[in-house]
Ligand binder design. Structure first.
Ligand code: NAD
Length: 490
């Protein structure tokens, strides 16, 4: 079946060419749907529609009006939450319980930005105190214009929500290009927009290939702002392209995050968060704590428990009850991770996993895998593998743990487990990352800033920072008519 899968200017439109791509169920390797791939011409139509909508009424709406649309979108998504979660499992492979949480988080994201859209009305024309009484100044927060939103496949609906909701709240218009591996739930956002009567052109969705649709969107001169989540190599390309017309840019890129367990940590909690930190979403999480740094005194006990618990993880299609880990997203990701595991055996001791699980003959399944003591130059330790692979190293002192954690090209997140909260706080202050978790790993909140340092990206999403990404701040400065001043005619 080929659906008319481009949502442009408020309509589902048939593509003008024959370029197609398939969405594949990673648990079965079977085709779910054939989708139209947007060509640069169609991306141009979508951007033009977004520009017209922005220059028309949408760019001048009040925040409270936009909040109404965002709340209606949240309600519509909530109404279809079950269906959306199932679609996410089929398209991406994640366990159903995780997909349900993603959908709930996406709904919460729309509700949260509805609140911020309303507050934006109160933030307009706020006075700014100047050090010269002859002038008064007030600030306006104005939408950035047309936002190009390019998303990855690991949290398809949620990553779209993280961008679409704040962009609409700010009064920007959007062209969303979801990942070619997982376009289905992002397309459902088009149905939601339609159902709630979002004006035509305010949200456009153009599935397609990165090098075609993605590139056309990223380089389009009528796009004012680009928000991207994906690999650093793609982010660097976008940054280069954005330089030509000084596009505003937010980049949420990869990570190689450490979970540091001190020997005064609660052992049960450390095992739990270590497992969750690397194996949820099959390790396909930018902030996954794929490096485990354990203090020597606790290392043997922790590893024994961790390996045992890892072997108990239930793997299978995400739709099956009790499944804790599903397949990787695609055949190419499966081969890449398997290759790294094969090479990794030369760099470190394999403690568990590393194979296709027995009994799962099709689907992109990989056992949860733990390597012990890779050398620090090994790809296992240095690179983002984006799969269910944990590497463990031991340390003696706090300073050594910090040095090892900070010795990374990335700087997205880190986690610290210790019963000494002063120590945890001191370590948190010295980690060169955007997110630190203490005595936990991975919880993410729509109110809190998300983003990293170095190769992990540029800027922050979520919270008020997420809204500010789609706003320009304007100062309006006025001379007080009765004030004594003049430059040429004193
Ligand atoms: P990717 O860079 O391959 O693709 C991401 C998106 O960019 C896709 O929609 C793709 O089609 C598009 N794209 C590819 N080439 C393009 C080009 N030349 N121009 C414009 N668009 C292009 O990344 P991926 O494999 O989909 O996602 C995995 C990566 O995303 C990991 O590195 C992960 O850490 C990162 N990620 C980061 C965050 C975060 O919040 N920091 C969140 C999710 C994913």
């Amino acid at each position: 079946m080929t659906a008319a899968t481009l949502y442009i200017d408020g309509c589902w439109v048939a593509p003008t060419h024959r370029n197609r791509f398939s969405s594949i169920n990673p648990a079965t390797e079977m085709k779910i749907q054939l989708l139209a791939a947007a060509s640069p011409k169609e991306v141009d139509k979508a951007v033009t529609a977004a520009r017209c909508a922005f220059e028309g009424d949408w760019g001048r709406t009040r925040g409270s009006e936009r909040a109404g649309f965002l709340e209606a979108m949240a309600n519509d998504l909530e109404h279809r939450a079950e269906e959306l979660a199932l679609l996410e499992v089929l398209d991406n492979g994640k366990p159903l319980a995780e997909a349900e949480r993603d959908v709930a988080d996406a709904i919460a994201c729309f509700r949260y930005y509805a609140g911020l859209a309303r507050e934006l009305d109160e933030r307009q024309d706020q006075p700014l105190e100047l050090d010269d009484p002859r002038f008064s100044c007030r600030l306006r927060h104005e939408p950035v214009g047309v936002a190009g939103l390019i998303t990855p496949w690991n949290f398809p609906l949620l990553m779209a929500a993280w961008k679409v909701a704040p962009a609409l709240a700010a009064g920007a218009t959007c062209v969303l290009k979801p990942s070619e591996f997982t376009s289905l739930t992002a397309l459902e956002l088009g149905h939601t927009a339609h159902a709630v009567g979002l004006p035509p052109g305010v949200l456009n969705i153009v599935p397609g290939l990165g090098g075609e649709a993605g590139q056309a969107l990223a380089l389009h001169p009528e796009v004012d702002k680009l928000a991207f989540s994906g690999r650093p190599v793609t982010g660097a390309k976008l940054m280069g392209g954005a330089a030509a017309d000084i596009k505003r840019l937010t980049l949420e890129l990869g990570g190689k995050s450490s979970l540091i367990v001190f020997d005064d940590a609660d052992l049960d909690a450390a095992v739990e968060w270590a497992l969750y930190g690397i194996f949820w979403n099959q390790g396909q999480v930018s902030s996954a704590t794929s490096r485990l740094l354990v203090q020597e005194g606790i290392a043997d006990r922790l590893l024994e428990r961790l390996v045992e618990a890892t072997r108990d993880i239930c793997i299978g299609p995400g739709t099956e009850p009790g499944v804790q880990m599903g397949p990787l997203v695609s055949a190419s990701r499966y081969s890449q991770v398997m290759d790294i595991i094969a090479q990794g055996k030369q760099d470190a001791r394999l403690l568990t996993g590393g194979r296709r699980p027995p009994g799962l003959l099709s689907g992109y399944f990989i056992e949860p895998t733990i390597f012990d003591e890779p050398h620090t130059g090994s790809p296992l330790w240095r690179h983002e593998l984006f799969g269910p692979v944990l590497s463990v190293k031991r340390f003696k002192t706090d300073e050594q743990a910090l040095e090892m954690a900070n010795d990374s090209l990335y700087g997205l997140a880190a986690a610290v487990m210790s019963s000494d909260l002063d120590r945890a706080d001191r370590i948190a202050g010295q980690l060169r990352v955007g997110v630190v978790w203490v005595n936990c790993s991975q919880p993410t909140f729509v109110q809190a800033p998300w983003g990293g340092t170095r190769l992990s990206g540029l800027g922050r999403e979520l919270g008020t920072w997420g809204l500010d990404n789609y706003l320009e701040v304007k100062q309006v400065t006025q001379y007080q008519a009765d004030a004594p001043w003049g430059w040429y005619q004193r």
